[in-house]
Design a binder for this molecule. Sequence first.
Ligand code: SF4
Length: 199
Amino acid sequence: MSIHTHPQAGEKPTPRLPLQLVNAATARFECTYGRGCEGVCCSNSTPPVDPGKQSLINGILPRVLPLLRPGARALVEGVGYIDPDEVHEGNPSIRVESEWCVFFNKGCVLHQLGMEHGDSTIYKPVACYLFPIDRDSHGRWYIRQHGVDEEQWTELFCLAGTPDLPLAVDTLGFEMEMAAREDARQRLEEAEKGPVSEV
Ligand code: SF4
């Protein structure tokens, strides 16, 4: 038996990924926002926000409001940015106005304000900054693609996974790092809850 840790001639090295993704070897993806894509992943997107993130967003809402589209601002001022009837993963989602997330205005306003504090993820929902990485219906991390795990968002062309696109693991370095952190956070949260006692 021979074991080698270095790639042989003509062999592509296996990248060391920060977390296990079930379709890492095959998924293809490249974000072209600002290079042909107008931000379609923010159209009718309804990302969930947990109470901690809501509290952070609430804290900067006075700064957010003037940056919103007029219709989105009126909606947020009238009924708030949370849609309690649209629940994903146990948390309510962000409202949509005129088919776009209320926080979208030629880009994500939450991203923009986060960048002013040196971190684009502070106010942005987790689902947004991990996209297209997510957990599949079995709870495993994967890269969203048409035809995988009954992907519903078929109008999102960036999830087509066509052969002309680069391998997703070569373009999603930031998202994989953030998903690994999220994975660690969730594991810690589970451990702190302790074992489920039998009744
Ligand atoms: S919160 Fe920001 S990134 Fe997420 S869907 Fe809304 S505009 Fe897009």
